[in-house]
Write a new protein. Sequence first.
Length: 303
Amino acid sequence: MFPTGWAAGYAAIRGLMRRSDVVVIDKLAHNCLREGALASGAEMAAFDHNDPESLAAALERARSSNPDAAILVVIESLYSMDSDGPNLRGIIDAARAYGAHTLVDCAHDLGVFGKSGAGLMADAGVLGEVDFVVGSFSKVFATTGGFLISRWRQCTLSVQAYGQANTFSNQLGPVQAATALAAFEIVVSSEGDKLRRDVLQASRELREVITSRGLICFGIPSALVPVLTGLEVIGREAARQLGQNGILANFIEYPAVATGSSRLRLQVTPDHRDLPLREIGSKIADIILGVGGSIERTAVKAS
């Protein structure tokens, strides 16, 4: 356990990898994962986002130049800025072909997808085949904290000793731990099944309205609805006007995403099913288009 999800991702790689090792990481992997890889001193190689062929090529280069190295493939099961995920089976198979291990960050899909909320790894049938799983309690579980799971006790002990964020930071507090446990009980219950259906339906409805106006929503329906605004000045003004209209939209720009590909990251909950989502979606689209957003401007960056 860790005080935050960021600390969990950072410490897991920082504690597992050494200078003689190689981290092969998705180009869009979260900051905590990239920073952990850098801090470990291991060689880093990036592969194209969600591309098993690019991963295989990176693994081939890594294994050819480092025959005896430990290689760790690092991905997310759902990427928060694009609401998309990789072919998990393809990633695992590619890693195994080169004797590499896998680490998956499940922060954004755990609790939202899969039987009993077990996430996209469960949907893909690979739950239990991933070597290291990290995640956060600050999403579905509505508290703070993060975790690392592995079948190898010696690995979790190594992270505790060398990951820094465990030894040299506060531990998860009793209140946060109790909140996460209470939320977990809901996630795995029949109530959790209904909440998952509601949140995905809310996401689909909001996406449908926004895309019908010619705007671009990234990825698949999830608790995340990223709406491309493109130019930063358009996104900032859209977020400001949305706030004035009672709609809270998280504006994302560089360095979280590439310059010129800013977006509004809308986040839905089951309770949003009780709101007039079509009216809200239309208002969002009206404001984005009204401040200068257009199909042409967004489509360039989306491609």
